[in-house]
Write a protein that binds this ligand. Structure first.
Ligand code: GRF
Length: 208
């Protein structure tokens, strides 16, 4: 599997994917931001980088088309979104159906979108976590593959939740990526299969 990782920021999930020595190969890291620290991480690991700034394109369609060209040039089989902060067009997403993963800092379907940690604290939820899912055109709504949960403590803050959820992310994201690389996880006709059986509900990782 030839993998591209799409980033916009720090790239701690990219680092976890690099460190996991997946059986697929990370061919390139694509950022929409020149100053994303993730680019530095890629360079440190001798991985090719490309920056395609959304600001250079008049609309989402043309930006996504430029990204698509880069992914084709890298001959990518799998696209991993790791803190990529742009909404993708349905046309782009449909070209990578079943071949594009995202990680989201909540227990989907709860708390789609941004500021998940703050919203969990505001609601007073006692359970929080992260979800790896296939990407479909609707934001944060593709089939969930794996989740990991933590209990929210009385003293948790946005910062502590962000840190605790990140630790879970760094564990489950490389695991799910590896399942796609080694063929344990597949996608056929809009449905995820795990070990050849339809995946009925997300795989739950033990609480930390
Ligand atoms: C993570 O919390 C991930 O769930 C979300 O964006 C954040 C990226 O963090 N999609 P990093 O850049 O990988 O450190």
């Amino acid at each position: 599997m030839r993998i591209a990782v799409l980033v916009s920021g720090n790239g701690s999930n990219l680092q976890a994917l690099i460190d996991a020595n997946l059986s697929g190969q990370i061919i390139g890291v694509l950022s929409n931001k020149f100053d994303a620290y993730a680019l530095q991480r890629a360079e440190n690991a001798n991985i090719a980088t490309a920056v395609i700034s959304h600001k250079d394109y008049p609309n989402r369609e043309s930006f996504d088309a430029a990204m698509h060209q880069q992914l084709l040039a890298w001959q990518v089989d799998l696209v991993i979104l790791a803190g990529f902060m742009r909404i993708l067009t349905p046309n782009f997403v449909s070209q990578w159906q079943g071949k594009m993963l995202n990680i989201h800092p909540s227990l989907l379907p709860f708390y789609k979108g941004v500021n998940t940690h703050q919203r969990v604290l505001n609601t007073g939820d006692r359970l929080h976590g992260c979800t790896v899912h296939f990407v479909t055109a609707e934001l944060d709504a593709g089939q969930s593959i794996a989740q990991s949960a933590i209990q929210v403590g009385l003293h948790d803050t946005v910062e502590s939740l962000a840190q605790r959820v990140h630790e879970l992310e760094h564990f489950i994201y490389p695991q799910v990526a590896e399942w796609l690389c080694n063929g344990q996880l597949t996608w056929r006709n809009g449905q995820a299969y795990f070990n050849q059986k339809p995946l009925e509900r997300p795989i739950q990782f033990a609480q930390f």
